[in-house]
Ligand binder design. Structure first.
Ligand code: FMN
Length: 378
């Protein structure tokens, strides 16, 4: 039976295990530029043994940032500071991935600890951060009190597709080996997919196929620049959890269409399209999104990544063993313990005597373990 620590190969890229660090926005970039924070934050996970390490949601256009602190790849100058990050990750045996996205109507938002509310004049005073105009498939605000985004013109749609394409080229140059398109959680690509946010009557909206057009064009634009041997994944919200929104059956069709465009894996999250309130249908529990990864994998015939409230090594092993998903993505658990993969390997019997650890740590920890046993403490 396949396990969490069995390697996996997707196109020309091999991953040493099935554990991915889920994209986690840090809101620490300045003008979209990375810095030492990103190197240390992501580097810790390479030392901790994750197979795939995603950098956070990275804006393909300056106006497509969610907050002033978002990372960006909308200009060539932003490549250089990401190179030390990808070099470190690859040298230490993991694969560096990047999540490319655009916030659409969720642009111009305050960082979580500043309220996750729209940026306004106060932020100019407090942090010298001005609000900016958001755009979306339709002129519908995200929630009460949020700006009404401008409806994207044909020219803006084409420009944004070009921005995805250029960001894909920059991702290769920055040393990434996996691209994930952020098409979930109510951001721009998801806004085109969902009937709640896309009320267009032109070729970009209407029935399910037309609403899917933007996602397909993003996949084509990215694939046209992204080397054949590198994997391309999409993060989708497998359900909107809302009446009149996307249901998993719709998302299975979307996944199937994307598979036909050279997309290799679907990262199966949920929700985010409505306002701030959690939909009543959404019941959070350990692994509550796994059934979506399972259905999409079986019915769309594409590899999937399961994510959300997964922190138990044995449960993750069962998900992979049962074939519910091909990889597991984790966020908060890895913030708490960046060495989680190495601890999980010991728990599952995939590692003994700290042999999977880098010698700089493992040699000492093995010695310490023997001492603990000699003292009768374990
Ligand atoms: C600090 C933090 C930042 C996040 N930023 C992103 C992001 O940039 N892109 C994204 O798709 N999801 C983001 N998420 C969601 C996670 O990737 C993940 O899907 C979610 O936290 C559920 O997984 P968990 O239960 O393992 O934390 C973020 C989560 C956290 C905790």
């Amino acid at each position: 039976m396949t396990g969490l620590f069995d390697p996996i190969q997707i196109r020309g890229v091999s991953f040493k295990n099935r554990i991915a660090v889920s994209p986690m926005s840090q809101y620490r970039a300045k003008g979209g530029y990375a810095n030492d924070w990103h190197l240390v934050h992501l580097g810790r996970f390479a030392l901790g043994g994750a197979g795939l390490i995603f950098a956070e949601a990275t804006a393909v256009e300056a106006d497509g940032r969610r907050t002033h602190g978002d990372l960006g790849l909308w200009e060539d100058g932003q490549i250089e500071l990401l190179l030390p990050v990808t070099k470190f990750i690859s040298k230490e045996g993991s694969v560096a991935g990047i999540q490319l996205g655009h916030a659409g109507r969720k642009a111009s938002e305050r960082r979580p600890w500043h309220g996750e509310t729209p940026v306004d004049e106060q932020d100019i005073e407090n942090r010298k951060e001005a609000p900016w105009e958001a755009m979306a498939p339709s002129a519908i605000p995200y929630a009460e009190g949020w700006q009404t985004p401008m409806e994207m013109s044909e020219t803006q749609i084409e420009k944004t597709l070009q921005a995805f394409k250029s960001a894909a080229r920059r991702s290769t140059e920055a040393g990434f080996r996996v691209i994930e398109i952020y098409a979930a959680h109510g951001f721009l690509v998801h806004q085109f997919l969902s009937p709640i946010t896309n009320k267009r009557t032109d070729k970009w909206g209407g029935d399910a196929q037309r609403r899917c057009r933007f996602a397909i064009e993003v996949a084509r634009a990215v694939r046209s620049e992204w080397p054949e041997e590198y994997p391309l994944t999409f993060r989708l919200s497998a359900t909107d959890w809302l009446e009149g929104g996307l249901e998993v059956e719709d998302v299975i069709d979307i996944a199937r269409a994307l598979a036909g465009e050279g997309v290799d894996m679907i990262d199966c999250s949920t929700g985010g399209i409505g306002g701030r309130k959690r939909p009543r249908r959404m019941k959070i529990a350990q692994g509550f999104q796994v059934p979506f990864a399972d259905r999409i994998r079986q019915e769309a015939g594409i590899a999937t990544m399961a994510v959300g409230c997964l922190w138990d090594a044995k449960a993750c092993q069962v998900i992979i063993g049962n074939g519910n998903a091909d990889m597991i993505a984790m966020a908060r658990e890895l913030l708490d313990d960046p060495n989680w993969p190495l601890h999980a390997a010991a728990e599952l019997g995939a590692d003994e005597g700290y042999s999977m650890w880098h010698s700089e740590f493992g040699w000492w920890l093995d010695k310490r373990e023997r001492l603990i046993r000699k003292l009768g403490l374990r």
